[in-house]
Design a binder for this molecule. Structure first.
Ligand SMILES: Cc1cc2nc3c(=O)[nH]c(=O)nc-3n(C[C@H](O)[C@H](O)[C@H](O)COP(=O)(O)O)c2cc1C
Length: 222
């Protein structure tokens, strides 16, 4: 698989098969991904790989909390700016509409949308979730380093035949996640990464999220 193949075949998978992931494969992929560059080589990331009983307990606890407190337990960082202006707002709206259209959930069916959203806290059935923490004292450059690590990992996992879904949705329930994983108060949960094998038959895995055309994003200066 070329890097281009990995980029083209990566998508956010929201229905996984229960097939377990070989821990030796994960370890090898993680070791390679840790070659990701970071400013000053700070390597400002901390990863926790959760599976098996530990993941079952964590999912049960977070689903429970998400039902009790749909607004979240805390907001350590704002997932989106508020207000979110155009064109970013329109892109977000469109991605959501495409997702729910694939699932045939109409806009006005709020309970069905909420129930689909809650699947985040079941990691969409993935057998593994990798949680990404960053130091609270770290700033925007370090956050961007963590993003690079996440993308490198997603592409290497494609090469290993695996699929992923990055999930900021865990962040509002960081208190529960951190209590289960023993993260200390200096650390901040950025996101989880669901890892497993995609269910090729699931409608939710078959829609395509469009991108803005290159000329809307890139300008060439010479
Ligand atoms: C950092 C990050 C966090 C994300 N969080 C979530 C999430 O919590 N739940 C979800 O279903 N998708 C999440 N996504 C997936 C995005 O919606 C998705 O990447 C985007 O719509 C483009 O679609 P694609 O990944 O299928 O190409 C996240 C993506 C990134 C990069």
């Amino acid at each position: 698989m070329t890097v281009s193949d990995a980029v083209a075949s990566r998508r956010s998978v929201r229905a996984f098969l229960p097939t377990p992931v070989d821990e030796a494969v994960l370890r090898r992929v993680l070791e390679t991904a840790l070659r990701t560059p970071s400013g000053g080589n700070l390597q400002p990331w901390r990863l926790r790989v959760v599976s098996g009983e530990a993941l079952e307990r964590l999912k049960a606890a977070v689903v429970q909390r998400a039902i009790e407190r749909p607004e979240g337990e805390s907001a350590d960082y704002p997932i989106y700016p508020s207000p979110l202006a155009s064109p970013w707002r329109d892109r977000r709206y469109r991605a959501g509409e495409d997702l729910y259209a694939a699932l045939k959930i109409p806009r006005e069916d709020k309970p069905a949308r909420r129930s689909q959203f809650l699947n985040n806290y079941r990691a969409f059935g993935a057998p593994v979730v990798i949680f990404f923490h960053i130091q609270r004292s770290h700033g925007a450059p370090q956050w961007s380093d963590v993003g690079m690590l996440m993308q490198t990992l997603m592409l290497l996992l494609r090469e290993a035949g695996l699929d992923t879904c990055p999930q900021e949705a865990w962040a509002p329930y960081a208190a529960t996640v951190d209590a289960h994983l023993g993260a200390d108060s200096e650390e901040m949960l950025f996101a989880g990464l669901a890892v497993g094998f995609r269910d090729p038959d699931a409608a939710v895995n078959r829609f395509h999220v469009a991108r803005a055309p290159i000329d809307e994003i890139v300008s060439f200066h010479d």
